[in-house]
Design a protein around this ligand. Structure first.
Ligand SMILES: NC(=O)c1ccc[n+]([C@@H]2O[C@H](COP(=O)([O-])OP(=O)(O)OC[C@H]3O[C@@H](n4cnc5c(N)ncnc54)[C@H](O)[C@@H]3O)[C@@H](O)[C@H]2O)c1
Length: 336
């Protein structure tokens, strides 16, 4: 494999894991950070680390933005992200080589082709996808196992308007293994990463809300949750329920969501998430005319058994036959 010149801008949890992973794969990596303690820490580990990016004497390179994007109330604070992007734009201006800027931070959809593109073009005097390449490649690693997750990804997402940039990143990232999906619109990649985190957060809150009910009833939630994790089609069939614009209908889902809200209320448990589930479904039903039966989301028994077995062995793979069922909307399975 050809060695690439790589810059990591923002060398915290994600930046360090990313840079170290590329180093181990044989690439030439320089870490950039504005924090002196962080610079000293990485230098002590033997890394090439600098406080500023300088591309004036550099050949073509890949510049990964792994800058912080914290939230402040109900908004992303992109000030540090913008400052780091500005420094990259200025560095591009002084370089004769064509570099590729890759957004790896988690950002709201539209940031790569909005803030990043505008900032880089303003400070470099160049045009994106001409003077420099531009791509989104969100990071899915977990902080607790950052290095390991980077080295063994289960999903890699790359998006760029420029097919050459996409191929360049595919060549760099494919050797790490796992599934690699490419998109032409960077906003889709950004959206994937946000939805990925929000889905996980929603699932956690769902079971915490159920835990409050179980506490009230004096029953142990753990075996209940563990069983539902194996029985609910939403858990074992990756295609179930993921079609947008298709609210649930039929008998059982409306009955049990609404009925359980009243049951919980009677025992003094407030369920804001379940209330929001019902409200969201009601709103969607008024927006879209084709309310679907639960069966539309469902797979066949054979597919379910296969999904459950795959979930148990942990060798999940996209099942084209299940995908076809979800896409066609055929009714395959009677709702419970
Ligand atoms: N931590 C995770 O588990 C995780 C996983 C996936 C994605 N992400 C996303 O990756 C991004 C980075 O997260 P993190 O956890 O690595 O953050 P972090 O706070 O650990 O690291 C960010 C680093 O950027 C540096 N920095 C700040 N401003 C800078 C600038 N102008 N120029 C250069 N360096 C600058 C900081 O000093 C810090 O070392 C965020 O968007 C985050 O949401 C985080």
């Amino acid at each position: 494999m050809q060695s690439s010149r790589i810059f990591i801008v923002g060398s915290g949890v994600v930046g360090a894991a990313t840079g170290e992973g590329f180093l181990k794969a044989g690439h030439e990596v320089t870490f950039i950070d504005v924090s002196q303690p962080r610079i000293a820490e990485l230098a002590a580990r033997g890394f090439d680390v600098r406080s500023e990016i300088d591309l004036s004497a550099e050949p073509e390179s890949l510049i990964f933005l792994t800058l912080p994007t914290p939230h402040e109330g109900h908004r992303y604070d992109l000030s540090a992200f913008e400052a780091g992007t500005t420094s990259v734009g200025k560095a591009l201006a002084g370089s004769p080589a064509r570099h590729t800027v890759v957004v790896r931070s988690t950002v709201p959809p539209g940031t790569t082709e909005g803030l990043v593109k505008t900032t880089l073009e303003t400070h470099s005097g160049m045009t994106a996808n001409e003077g420099f390449g531009l791509a989104s490649n969100p990071e899915f690693l977990r902080a607790v196992s950052a290095a390991e997750d980077f080295a063994n990804p289960w999903m890699t997402v790359v998006a760029s308007r420029d097919p050459q940039t996409t191929e360049r990143l595919r060549a760099l990232l494919a050797p790490f293994g796992g599934e690699l999906r490419t998109f032409t619109d960077p906003a889709q990649a950004e959206f994937i990463k946000c939805a990925h985190n929000i889905f996980n957060a929603t699932k956690i809150s769902f079971w915490n809300e159920m835990w409050l009910v179980a506490q009230k009833l004096g029953v142990d939630l753990d075996p209940i949750a563990a069983t539902v994790a194996r029985s609910a089609e939403g858990s074992i069939n990756p295609q179930y329920g993921i079609r947008g614009g298709a609210p649930y209908g039929g008998v059982c889902l409306p009955k049990d969501t609404c009925g359980f809200l009243g049951f919980a209320d009677n025992i003094g448990v407030d369920m804001p998430l379940l209330s929001a589930v019902v409200e969201t479904n009601d709103r969607l039903a008024t927006i879209v005319s084709d309310e679907v039966d639960t069966a539309t989301h469902a797979a066949s028994h054979a597919q379910l058994r296969e999904s459950a077995a795959t979930a148990t062995t942990g060798t999940a793979a996209a099942d084209p036959s299940t995908e076809a069922v979800a896409a066609s909307g055929r009714q395959q399975h009677e709702p419970a």
